[in-house]
Structure formats: C-alpha cells, structure tokens
Design a binder for this molecule. Structure first.
Ligand code: PLP
Length: 400
C-alpha cells in the first residue's frame, strides 16, 4: 500500500526549539550537527491531531480541562481495537507524562529503603527516579541471546527480597526493541504474584509496533496481573506529542487507583493536564491508525537500512532485531575501543548526536542508540558520518 503520508522529507526547523536538535546545536556550538538522540521524531504530528489542536486554539479558552465522554471513548476504542483490551472508563486516570505518574506510584506504594526492580539496559530515568526517591534500585539485567534479548527469570527470582515492593517493566522495551510475548509476561506475573510485587508497566511505546507484531498489555495476561499492576501509556511517543504533556494511567484495582491519586495530590498534579494535551490525545487515539501504520512502515524500513548498512561496512558491530519503537541499538563491543574514544569520534569529529548505552545501565556499555524517527535523507547522511569515523577503527578504509 502506498501511503499518502510523507515521511521522506526533512522538516523545516526554522521556528522549532527542541531538546533533540536546537539544544544540541547550542551545546556543540555549531549548526552542522545531525541528531539521533532524544526520543522525539522529526515529523509533524498526524494531520488529524494538528486539526484538533487548531480547533482547540480557535476557542481562545484554555481553562482547566474536564474529561469529556469522547476522550474516554477514543482511548477505550483504541485499546480495544489495537490490543483487544477492554478497559472501563473508571479505570483511567490522566497525567502529564509517564515519569510523574511513576513518581506518584513509587512515593505512595513504597518507603525509603524499599527495593524496586528494573531491567537494564533501559531508559535512564528508571534508575534515576528510584534513586532520587531514596529507594533501592535492583537490576535484573536482560540477557542477550543472539539477535535478541530475553528476561532473566532465574535472576529475577534470586534478586527478590522481603523489601522488594515494585518492578518497573518497560514494555515494549527501550532501547532493545523487544515486545514481550504473552508467555514471557505470564511468567513475569507468576513470579511477581508469588512474591507479592506490584508491576508498573511503562507501555509508552505500545503504539509503535513493527508490522505483524502483537502487543499484550501486562494487565491483560491474567486477573492477578490486572489487579496488581499499573499501565502507564501516552500518545507522546507514537504521535510525536512529547511537548504537550499528556499521559494515561490505567488500573482496574480501585485501591491502587486511590494510592496513585494520593501520590498526585502531593504535587497538585490532579489539575496538571492541559486542554491542548486532551484535544491532541483524543484525536490521536481515535483518528490516526492509518498514519501510525504508515509511520511504522517507514521506521521499520529505516531499521532495516541501518542494519544492512552496518552489516555490509562494519560487520564487527551487531544490531539486534527490533519489534517496536524507533531505535537501532548498536553493539560496538567488538571494536574494542574505549567509550571516550568513540564518543570523541562520533560527537566531536562526526558531529553526530546519539545516545550512549552506558546511560542505560548494566548491559548498555559499548552500545549506542540511534533514533530512527527521521527522514531517510537525514539518516543516510548520519550513517555516512558514523561509518566514516567507526570503520577506520577496524583498520579498513570507509569508501562509500
Ligand atoms: C521508556 C520511556 N518511558 C517514558 C518516557 C518519557 O515519556 P513521556 O515524556 O511521555 O513521559 C521515555 C522517554 O524517552 C521512555 O523512553
């Protein structure tokens, strides 16, 4: 199917101000950078979202928002259509972003000194938010098996103690790109049920699946999972709305819902959302399935492009298969080059912004993450620069 959405052109950045690009231009002191870092995409949001925002702006009224039935219908319709998950309106809270929700859950459900499990390599805020709240992070590192990653269930059972209260699940997983299967999630639920651990499932990338990949919300694997977890999701990543600050928290368990709401009161986040976030979320969840499908075709073809290019020019570097999100996760360990050296080459010499795996905790060492949410022309230019600095580390000459 030929899409009528065009992801091939680089966006005009003249009036933009983003962490991903403009901050990096300032930091490196040159406009000649190419950024594949911060998890935003270089595309306009879907036309239906832009139209909804225009309508909201045209009212000229930006008061505290009230969640109207059409907002809930859009969200529950999306969850049912995309994941076969039947969610009731009363299970849904809204918030301003994933991590403020995680913060509220951590502060209400745990005490300083309690242990919280996370599964690195994973987005750096998982570790930071646990530490910043005086809780004890416990790493249950993912295991690399050939082209993919798996959870270490034996390691998980071994690291649980009397003080373990929560497990922070990243599903789909950033940066490794796994979409956990129903069986894997069931096994995770079995272990957590046995040991009384609540699962906080960050499902922000669930709206970004590669073709043919099936996603199971953690709460949908069993009655126990439903009653002992929070699903944190958002239109932010799949529809490129990170700056609009809107997210969703779902749990069918009224007691967990009360805990979460108590956690919000502490920061007065009960009234945190904005009318623009609600308008955009509603349109995104209701009207953008075809945009999402076209986007993910573009992203998966970008992933294949990077994997093929690396295989051809730099076979020492491996790129695990991805099932979701917009990252290529490159394992540079066989280059046997210290991070300080390749960071200097990538950032200072090639003027490329990537995310260094060390930031993602154990298992992230000697990896880089490349954000594929961009046009092919920008990606091609970036990959040429990357190969031009990395291939010589092998003693070969890069000649494209
Ligand atoms: C796994 C994960 N969760 C949450 C976030 C932040 O999402 P939001 O800005 O919607 O809170 C990120 C951002 O990169 C992420 O990678």
């Amino acid at each position: 199917m030929q899409s009528h959405y065009d992801f091939s052109k680089a966006i005009d950045r003249a009036d933009l101000s983003t962490l991903k690009w403009e901050m990096e231009v300032d930091r490196l002191g040159t406009p000649d950078i190419l950024s594949f870092g911060t998890a935003d995409m270089d595309f306009r949001s879907p036309p239906a979202v832009v139209d909804a925002l225009h309508r909201a702006v045209d009212t000229g009224h930006f008061g505290y928002p009230y969640r109207r039935p059409s907002y809930f219908d859009a969200l529950t319709g999306y969850l049912s259509r995309r994941f076969g998950w039947q969610v009731e309106q009363s299970w849904i809270d809204s918030c301003v972003a994933i991590y403020p929700s995680m913060f509220a859950i951590i502060t209400e459900l745990t005490q300083p000194g309690d242990e919280i499990i996370y599964q690195p390599p994973v987005h750096h805020v998982f570790l930071e938010i646990v530490k910043a709240n005086g809780r004890v992070p416990v790493a249950n590192q993912l295991v690399r098996r050939g082209e993919t990653y798996e959870m270490d269930f034996a390691g998980l059972e071994a690291c649980i103690t009397e003080r373990t209260k929560l497990l922070l699940l990243c599903s789909p997983h950033n940066p490794v790109g796994r979409v956990w299967t129903r069986d894997e999630l069931k096994e995770l639920a079995r272990i957590c049920a046995e040991r009384g651990i609540i699962v906080v499932s960050d499902e922000v990338y669930s709206g970004m699946l590669f073709e043919g990949v099936e996603f199971t919300p953690f709460a949908a694997v069993s009655e126990w999972a439903a009653m002992n977890s929070y699903c944190l999701m958002s239109p932010s990543k799949p529809f490129n709305l990170t700056g609009l600050k809107h997210s969703i928290v779902i749990t069918p368990n009224p007691a967990l819902r009360e805990d979460f709401r108590r956690g919000l009161v502490g920061a007065n986040l009960m009234y945190g959302g904005s009318v623009l976030g609600y308008a955009a979320a509603e349109a995104a969840f209701r009207d953008c399935d075809d945009w999402s499908e076209a986007l993910m075709q573009h992203i998966s073809s970008n992933h294949a492009y990077v994997a093929d290019l690396i295989h051809a020019f730099l076979p020492e570097v491996t790129v695990p298969a991805a099932e979701a999100a917009y990252f290529a996760w490159l394992d540079l360990s066989k280059l046997k080059t210290p991070k300080s050296v390749y960071e200097e080459l990538i950032e200072k010499q090639a003027k490329l912004i990537v995310t260094y795996g060390e930031l993602m905790g154990p298992g992230g060492e000697n990896h880089i993450r490349i954000n594929l949410g961009t046009s092919r022309s920008v990606l091609e230019a970036g990959m040429r620069r990357l190969l031009s600095v990395l291939v010589p580390l092998t003693g070969r000459v890069f000649d494209d």
